[in-house]
Design a binder for this molecule. Structure first.
Ligand SMILES: Cc1cc2nc3c(=O)[nH]c(=O)nc-3n(C[C@H](O)[C@H](O)[C@H](O)COP(=O)(O)O)c2cc1C
Ligand SMILES: C=C(O[C@@H]1CC(C(=O)O)=C[C@@H](OP(=O)(O)O)[C@H]1O)C(=O)O
Length: 392
């Protein structure tokens, strides 16, 4: 058994839709929990005007009754408020010729760094709007809705997760020691850039403002930390059962993400084994633990029981208000790339997306490993597994 989902929806279409399948029955789930997560994704310094138009709210259309899952597919819908401005341009019905002339602005100058040109070549779209509508990160809204369901699933099993910002535009936040994931969540929630370091937060905001003023954009690094995963989740037996690999793919699937690191990450290349591997300890109460967590919670595609620590790098936003050179696909003449309304930095929002896509992979790994259609039974199985792991 596994969890799976699909999403549908264009950025300026009427709505985003998802169907999640494989959730056990009897799991508490409220629309309110999902909506809180959707609202976290909408915040962050550096976002464009679109976020003032939208107020993302999920409607739960199936699979939940009186606050608990039924074991049937869960369908969620989030409306695009902006749709009212786009009904003609984005409608499903053919346009009459006169109306088409009035409203249709064909996009023919692909933006370097976006999906425009390659998507046009692949699907044969001469109007690149047909590409940008679905390649837009608007779709991450509904992926956060799916992740919110996964977070709720994990929370009931004592597994907590948070995503936050480590770096923006080359400004790196200091390492701040904290007690727990919950504390990180509390500190970063009030930060306009979802960062722990108040001093660097000011510098990050200035870097975003400067980029915006210069018609430019900046990227950064986000980190996701997970506490409470039992050891031994995932598998080493096959490439597509390695949980760290699945998490890496989930992070790389976020729009504009270009790299992933676990624990010390690329720094491992510069250190000897004695400074990378985590020594193994045992005590009666905790069972097996590690003296350090330099591998970020994974060995052999399985969790070690230590916190999962994974980072992802987001490139700068491709749409530039001072555009780079491109080519008009109709005339083949050189032109400045087209300008669409855009964010100048979306790293804070992306840290929320990263948190949610990782949550989904963890929930899926648990559903795959512990076979029950009932949430309460699954909870007991995990408790027993934790006990076995302690005594192993
Ligand atoms: C939360 C979020 C918001 C984004 N906002 C924009 C935007 O406003 N303008 C833009 O050009 N790209 C934006 N992007 C990035 C593009 O969606 C992304 O670069 C594009 O889909 C091409 O995919 P790739 O960069 O992964 O190759 C955003 C990404 C995320 C995660
Ligand atoms: C809509 C969202 O992000 C969008 C992602 C995006 C892109 O190209 O990826 C381009 C912009 O779209 P628009 O031109 O409609 O403002 C962002 O606002 C969102 O995050 O909900």
């Amino acid at each position: 058994m596994s969890l799976r989902y699909l999403t549908a929806g264009e950025s300026h279409g009427p709505q985003l839709t998802t169907i999640i399948e494989g959730l056990p029955a009897g799991m508490p789930l409220l629309a309110e929990e999902i909506n809180q997560e959707l609202s976290r994704r909408q915040k962050g310094h550096g976002r464009g005007r679109r976020m003032q138009i939208e107020k993302d709210q999920a409607q739960v259309l199936s699979g939940v009754r009186h606050g608990k899952t039924l074991g049937s597919p869960v369908a969620l819908v989030v409306e695009n408020k902006d749709w009212t401005h786009w009904t003609k341009i984005m409608g499903a019905e053919p346009l009459e010729e006169e109306v088409a002339k009035e409203v249709k602005r064909v996009i023919s100058r692909p933006r370097p760094g976006h999906a425009d040109l390659n998507g046009g070549i692949k699907y044969g779209h001469r109007d690149l709007r047909n590409v940008l509508e679905r390649s837009s990160a608007r779709e991450t809204t509904v992926r956060v809705a799916v992740g919110a369901v996964a977070k709720s699933f994990l929370a009931g099993l004592g597994i907590n997760i948070v995503g936050y910002v480590r770096e923006i535009g080359g400004i790196v936040a200091k390492d701040i020691p904290v007690e727990s994931v919950k504390e990180v969540a509390k500190i970063t929630e009030d930060s306009p850039v979802r960062c722990m370091d108040k001093e660097k937060e000011v510098e990050m905001m200035k870097a975003i403002d400067d980029a915006k003023e210069n018609g430019d954009s900046i990227g950064g690094v986000v980190e996701v930390v997970v506490e409470g995963m039992p050891a031994g989740i995932g598998s080493y037996v096959h490439y597509d059962r390695k949980l760290d690999a699945k998490i890496a793919m989930a992070i790389m699937s976020i729009n504009a993400f270009k790299g992933v690191e676990f624990g010390l990450g690329f720094e491992m290349a510069r250190k000897p084994g004695s400074e990378v591997h985590d020594e193994i300890l045992w005590d009666k109460e905790k069972g097996y633990t590690r003296r350090t967590n330099r591998l970020g919670g994974f060995e052999g595609g399985m969790t070690t029981g230590m916190p999962i620590v994974v980072k992802g790098v987001m490139k700068p936003i491709p749409t530039l208000y001072k555009p780079l050179q491109s080519v008009d696909i109709d005339s083949k003449e050189p032109f400045a790339a087209s300008i669409e309304r855009s964010d100048s930095c979306a790293v804070p929002a992306a840290s929320v997306v990263a948190e949610h896509v990782v949550a989904f992979e963890l929930a899926n790994a648990i559903v795959e490993q512990f076979h029950s259609d009932q949430y309460e039974v699954l909870k007991k199985q995990i408790q027993e597994f934790r006990q076995q792991a302690r005594e192993f």
